[in-house]
Design a protein around this ligand. Structure first.
Ligand code: ADP
Ligand code: GN1
Ligand code: MG
Length: 355
């Protein structure tokens, strides 16, 4: 058992916190950063050990986050508030990097939608967030992970992990490997359309999981979009699609019983109503047409990333047991194939909402 107070108390004390640190414990379900809840005699904070293997340039990363949060704060929009170190830096930069945010109180994070309204409200929150980012000057942003949602690049990475088969695991996941290989011709549409200009390049969040939006405990409405590490130029398809991937499933991302995992078109509709309602004045015809494809693309892309990480020995995503990434990729592939079968219905829903 890790004694969190002993391990991280010294780090927490390097930040300009109000009160004395009383307790530190792990918090949340993120796959990338180590997230800790720090309670002082005065208030609560979130302290994160930043994942510098995933985000290799923490200075640029924190510049992005400070830029975006200041932009939002100046417009009176609730967002993450960066708590500086005692020496006035936005984060602790060293062999290990840490940052602190005020804990956003009286909010709830959901891992799955308990009801359709929660998901509808998250759609609205991410749609509104997309609008706020539209006013943000993209030239102020560094691309924190290059080619983050470039699916053909993710596919190439997957094939490289497969060719290396470092842990001799390929033999245990032939069916999943075949699933990815068989769909190669579906991976290029978003990137090609961004390249030829038929899809607009926007500033997007790029990691719009349901647990990256904090919902107000009382009203149920979105209070703050968090996890701002991946704000970069991208496509609306990525933000819409990633939300559907995670939230329009009837089960958790790591559900082992695939009989429980389905793409729920009612959840899709609710999210689309929230999201499209918020972006209706800026969404282009081509974006609207490709939203269902975006849902499929983000789902299969995430699945191939989980599978590639499984093959490479679980070095990217935090895992709790050896087959965790394999279990995750299976849920994604189940969802992706159900989505493929329902493109037409999804398209009809979107055009009805936007007409
Ligand atoms: P990761 O990049 O690892 O996903 P996140 O930044 O998303 O890390 O944080 C993980 C979880 O911690 C979130 O899903 C949310 O539940 C919680 N969290 C993060 N920041 C805050 C905050 N400022 N206030 C309240 N909860 C937070
Ligand atoms: C990671 O950071 P977190 O847990 O919100 C990942 C996303 C994946 C997601 C899958 C920077 O998101 O891209 O879709 O896991 N974030 C990064 O759950 O790689
Ligand atoms: Mg997160």
């Amino acid at each position: 058992m890790i004694d969190y107070m002993k391990t991280y108390g010294g780090v927490a004390n390097l930040f300009a916190l109000k009160g004395e640190v009383k307790e530190i414990c792990p918090y949340g379900e993120g796959h990338i950063n180590l997230t800790l809840l720090v309670t002082t005699t005065e208030k609560r904070y979130i302290m994160q050990k930043m994942n510098t293997r995933v985000f290799s340039n923490p200075v640029s990363l924190m510049k992005n986050i400070c830029g975006v949060t200041e932009h939002l704060q100046a417009r009176g929009i609730e967002t993450l508030n960066v708590v500086p170190t005692k020496t006035g830096e936005s984060f602790l930069n060293g062999e290990e990097c840490y940052r602190v945010y005020d804990f956003i109180e009286n909010t709830i994070t959901y891992q799955t939608s308990p009801n359709i309204e929660v998901f509808r409200n998250s759609g609205r929150a991410f749609g509104e967030f997309q609008n706020y980012l539209a006013e943000f000057d993209a030239s102020k942003l560094t691309e924190t992970i290059k080619r983050f949602h470039d699916t053909p690049k993710r596919f190439a990475d997957f094939k490289a992990a497969l060719a290396e088969d470092k842990c001799n695991r390929a033999k245990d996941c032939q069916e999943e490997i075949e699933f990815v290989l068989a769909r190669e011709n579906t991976y290029g549409i978003a990137m090609e359309s961004l390249r030829d200009g038929s899809l607009p390049l926007r500033v997007t969040h790029n990691d719009t999981k349901l647990n990256n939006v904090l919902m107000d405990e009382k009203t149920g409405l979105g209070r703050a979009v968090i996890d701002l590490d991946t704000i970069m130029p991208g496509s609306m398809l990525f933000d819409f699609g990633d939300s559907i991937r995670f939230g329009a499933s009837t089960a958790a991302e790591d559900e082992k019983d695939l009989d429980k995992v389905h793409f729920d078109i009612h959840l899709f509709k609710a999210y689309a109503e929230g999201y499209c309602g918020a972006v209706k004045d800026s969404i282009t015809e081509k974006e609207a047409e490709l939203l269902p494809y975006g849902a499929y693309l983000m789902t299969i892309e995430c699945g191939m990333r989980f599978l590639a990480d499984y093959l490479a020995g679980d070095t990217y995503f935090a895992t709790k047991y050896p087959e965790h990434n394999l279990v995750r990729c299976r849920t994604q592939f189940r969802l992706a194939s159900e989505m493929q079968a329902q493109f037409e219905e999804m398209g009809k829903i979107i055009s009805d909402i936007l007409q």
